[in-house]
Design a protein around this ligand. Sequence first.
Ligand code: NAD
Ligand code: UDP
Length: 348
Amino acid sequence: MAKTILVTGGAGYIGSHTVLQLLLGGFKTVVVDNLDNSSEVAVDRVRELAREFGKNLSFHKVDLRDKPALDKLFSSITFDAVIHFAGLKAVGESVQKPLLYYNNNLIGTITLLEVMAAHGCKKLVFSSSATVYGWPKVVPCTEDFPLVAANPYGRTKLFIEEIARDIYRSDSDWKIILLRYFNPVGAHPSGHIGEDPRGIPNNLMPFVQQVAVGRRQALTVFGTDYNTKDGTGVRDYIHVVDLADGHIAALHKLDEDKIGCEVYNLGTGKGTSVLEMVAAFESASGKKIPLVTSGRRPGDAEVVYASTEKAERELNWKAQYSIDDMCRDQWNWASKNPFGYDTSDSTT
Ligand code: NAD
Ligand code: UDP
């Protein structure tokens, strides 16, 4: 019997790619999303890409904080596990509007966990982030590093990780996997789904992509005086399809007898600088990305990349795509969809 997975935030960037991999892997998939930072068009495109498996996808426009709606869904469908992506993720906005972030991310998650417990669904995969490593003193980051939160967004990740550990301590029936993502980039190789941020992008590659299609004039490079090969910040960029596959590996792990509450990094283990990413994107797209240099962005770490050993060993998962693949697929998506899923708006 096909397993049924609830995917919260499944209309979003990482969620939509994961839903596609789930469908292709034979899972039945139910998406709940309030479409706060996404479009239902993404769900429709996933259904098309999944071809004959598309019939195994259903979508519900629900806010996770709407407990009666969530309860109704759990009463009508028996879920084998939940993959929980839904949350707000803009670091700068979280500093300006901390209560919005605590309300949405924490209350949304607590409501979800309460409803899961009430219906006896105790298998969870949660989207955490490398942000919980803060400014690591050494790299690569291993899962046992001390955890810090640099801003309210990061604090929601840290709090939810702690909540998950407490839940498992209180009830060992729970099986929980916390996935700490490094820097997801790229898009599905078809070019039909990808990242479509609202407003001015916070992250490097969505910004680069918008410069390439002429929506923005130049990329501002935040900091050229880091102690790195070219002075710019170094991160661990991972193809979103590799990341999506990491969730399938985590679901399989949840089937094992004793897993408790475990945490895994999802990264490639390789560090790439801002200038290296820009050069790779320029060569993939044939577009020149004009640069403006500025000071360091407050709160930014110098070098962050993952130790991938634990995920390789215990999830039997390893990232496959290279930086050039990520840039090729990001450009394929961007050139086919210069305004993302919105075909009417050319003003942002
Ligand atoms: P995204 O914004 O594209 O997707 C999140 C989705 O959740 C959106 O579709 C949004 O509409 C939905 N959502 C938000 N609040 C909701 C609520 N209360 N009820 C229902 N739906 C709600 O973001 P993403 O990049 O796909 O990120 C997915 C998850 O991964 C997030 O939890 C994010 O914090 C985490 N993460 C992302 C990155 C990254 O760089 N993209 C890195 C580390 C961790
Ligand atoms: N960055 C940049 N210009 C931008 C956005 C990001 O120079 O417009 C740099 C940033 O300083 C960091 C790297 O790109 O060194 C990755 O930033 P991003 O926000 O994508 O990821 P995070 O810092 O959260 O890991």
